[in-house]
Write a protein that binds this ligand. Structure first.
Ligand code: MOS
Length: 718
């Protein structure tokens, strides 16, 4: 399918936008039901040890309190099987089954009351005594226990190598060996996690802020040992996910348990502070990178060795070295991941897991090497462009890194850069330019969709139904656009119903697969509907008919059908990644160390861009978090007690409007003929990748200071 699109690609405003800005779009915590009760979690105030006793007498006497659930009276849940790649999101996630404490803030109870305030107040009256153990918190102290994990997130191999790194380094004219640190980062979507759960007989209904409806349903089924057919998960609107809402969290299981025990609807909305302790984090990655090159800049050796931490409770390791396996052509390569356990909460997917910290190390090191070689960073990268994916030798379905670097350089004005650090000033500000190239895997998955077409008084409308989610990304809109394009109807005639697990299944929004997967399922079902109607029609059409003509020809007032897509065998022969190049201008106050980023330019190649407006917003939002990663975001733990020093927005600093300058996004025209019929690659996670390196590289150009430990706070620049 390579015909010209009319509606796909156009910057249609979000079809649900009006509902959102008028407050009519209901998020998980905003639904209300008769006899609704409110849950509020009780959290551990220690980091490692055992609960000795819990005294709930005062809390139980508190006004409005209906139930206090602790390990004493909790329902018995299914034990948790060992984590595998396949069961990570769906396995049983039991809560309150024992007295063990493995991290600070762990939920150890749930207070259920008639109002939220009553539940929250009573939670403070629960008295807990503990047997405290010394927590494992400090990175350097626990490093010695690092081991080689079996497998990384998303099934990436722990270690890879080809050629011989050491001999490659020996042959090299220039060698760089540096260590980069990226800190613990927290999830701060606009909508904190929330759940409402209620049983009607055997049937369980759950409103949950989740990225994936199907896995949420399965995890509940596996935890409570109930048939998944009896569970409906609803999430019509979601205020951001970023990976924190990929896997059903403990607050959900607490809420379902309370609903079952009390046989009334229960709502649990977690607090902003709980977002720092209970929804997964991006772990601290320590990354050693070695690069060896010939005099002319041809890479001879590249290694990326990572050590990170996981929880004593579960192994989760992001694939921070994966980007170094595929980004550049190099004859001698070594990429390894090691991990040690701590009493820090379990790490989780955090926007572009792996690429975000990994690209900081790799793309900073590439910039350092280019500087040493006195080669322009774009030229250095261009010289080492791989013709196939170096990791698996599969051809690229599409790879436009060089084109992105060229386009970005031109739009940004890269030729104005002075490669000599500290050579450009504007009053008290040192001015610098930096760039980095970016990549992110572009997976596509199996999904289904249903189309219902109605013809009432010659008014043809279509309704598209699938168990997709819109986590703020624009799923509603791109689904409507593809249906409109395929059916030959205006966007206004398409009704999109998503956010309900009873609808045809999809893999949800995650891993940058949402847009491509949803829209290809919609494309497929619309094609199917048209073909089926054509089969029923007695008319022979000269030109391809739209749905209006087909319904008329088939003499039908109503028609519905279901269809599905899955990645083709042909597409599996190729490597699928989205690519881009970022450029930043930074201003650094020489005496205060303050960094400003007045301009940031991204050039993006991600196949068919479904909607210029929503795709642009995706990239901008990725850049914004990348700026946070580069300059301010860091979760700090007290090494002695394992609690958080940074507990709120007051001390965990996310970028705000004043921190953000002008972000320009340019999409390169790119046709990917193999990934899927529409040629869509994801953009959701590409935007953040390499942003921190771009900024660090620009800061080096401004100041001559190479900062290898994020975030680049003013103290590091003085
Ligand atoms: Mo993404 S970190 O798979 O939401």
């Amino acid at each position: 399918m390579r015909e010209k699109h009319k509606i796909i690609g156009s910057p249609v405003s979000r079809i649900e936008g009006h509902l959102k800005v008028t407050g009519k779009a209901a998020y998980a915590a905003e639904f209300s039901f008769p006899h609704l009760m409110y849950g509020f979690p009780v959290q551990s105030t220690i980091t490692a040890g055992e609960i000795k006793s819990i005294d709930v007498i005062a809390a139980e006497r508190s006004p409005g309190v209906l139930k206090i659930i602790t390990h004493h009276n909790a329902l018995k849940l299914m034990p948790r099987p060992p984590v595998t790649h396949a069961n990570r999101m769906t396995r049983s996630n039991p809560v309150l089954q024992n007295t063990r404490i493995h991290c600070f803030g762990q939920y150890i109870g749930l207070v259920v009351a008639e109002t939220y305030e009553q539940a929250r107040f009573a939670a403070r009256l629960v008295k807990v005594s503990y047997k405290t153990e010394r927590p494992k918190i400090d990175f350097d102290e626990n490093l010695k226990d690092a081991y080689k994990p079996e497998i990384l997130n998303a099934g990436h191999p722990t270690d890879t190598s080809w050629g011989d790194l050491e001999s490659g380094l020996k042959q090299s004219a220039e060698i760089l060996s540096e260590t980069y640190n990226t800190p613990i980062e927290q999830h701060n979507p606009m909508e904190p996690h929330a759940t409402i759960a209620f049983f009607e007989g055997e049937r369980l209904t759950v409103y949950e802020s989740t990225q994936i409806l199907g896995t949420t349903k399965e995890a509940i089924a596996n935890t409570f040992n109930i048939p998944k057919e009896n569970i409906q998960v609803l999430a019509p609107f979601i205020g951001g996910g970023f990976g924190s809402k990929l896997q059903p969290r403990e607050h959900l299981m607490l809420t379902v348990m309370a609903a079952k025990m009390l046989n009334r609807p229960v709502k649990t909305a977690i607090t902003r502070q709980m977002m720092q302790t209970n929804v997964g984090l991006r772990q601290h990655n320590r990354q050693k990178v070695r690069i060896g090159t010939e005099k002319d800049g041809k890479l001879l050796a590249l290694s990326h060795e990572i050590v990170t931490h996981t929880s004593v409770d579960e192994e989760f390791i992001e694939q921070s070295g994966a980007i170094s396996r595929m980004m550049y052509e190099v004859p001698n390569s070594l990429v390894t991941h090691r991990v040690f356990t701590t009493n820090i909460q379990v790490p989780r997917w955090t926007r572009a897991p792996g690429e975000t910290p990994g690209s900081f190390a790799l793309e900073s090191a590439m910039d350092e090497m280019a500087h040493r070689l006195k080669i322009d960073p774009i030229e250095f990268r261009t010289k080492n462009e791989p013709s196939v994916n170096p990791e698996n030798k599969k051809p690229w379905a599409s790879r436009s890194v060089i084109e992105c670097m060229r386009m970005g350089a031109e739009k940004f004005g890269w030729n104005m850069r002075n490669s000599e650090p500290m050579s450009t000033r504007n009053g008290r500000w040192l001015v610098g330019y930096g760039m980095a190239s970016a990549s992110r895997g572009a997976p596509c998955r199996e999904a289904s969709a249903r189309v219902k077409i109605t013809n009432s008084n010659k008014n043809i409308r279509a309704r598209i139904e699938l168990a997709a989610t819109d986590i703020g990304t624009g799923s509603y809109t791109i689904i409507a656009q593809v249906a409109a394009e395929r059916l030959g109807l205006p966007v206004e005639k398409i009704k999109v119903i998503i956010g309900d697990s009873d609808l045809p299944p999809t893999p949800g929004s995650g891993g940058s697969w949402g847009a491509g997967t949803y829209t290809n399922a919609v494309d497929a079902v619309c094609e199917k509907a048209k073909n089926e109607l054509l089969g029923k029609s007695k008319i022979k059409f000269v030109n391809e008919p739209g749905i209006t003509e087909l319904m008329k020809a088939a003499a039908l007032n109503e028609y519905q059908t279901e269809g599905s897509v899955k990645p083709s065998e042909e597409s599996e022969k190729y490597s699928h990644f989205s690519f881009g190049a970022h450029f930043a201008e930074v201003w650094v106050d020489e005496s205060l160390g303050i960094v400003k980023i007045p301009r940031f330019t991204s050039a993006i190649a991600a196949g068919t861009i479904l909607n210029e407006k929503t795709a642009r917003s995706q990239i901008i939002s990725g850049v914004v978090w990348g700026i946070g990663q580069a300059l301010t975001e860091e979760s700090v733990l007290d090494k002695r007690y394992g609690n958080y020093v940074t507990r709120t927005f007051a001390d965990y600093h996310v970028p705000v409007n004043l921190d953000i300058g002008n972000i320009e996004v340019y999409f390169l025209h790119e046709e990917d003929k193999t990934i899927n019929r529409l040629g869509v690659k994801g953009v959701g996670e590409l935007g953040i990748t390499s942003v921190a390196a771009t900024i660090a590289n620009a800061i080096f150009n401004a100041t001559g200071k190479r900062i290898r430990d994020l975030p680049i706070t003013p103290d590091k620049l003085l």
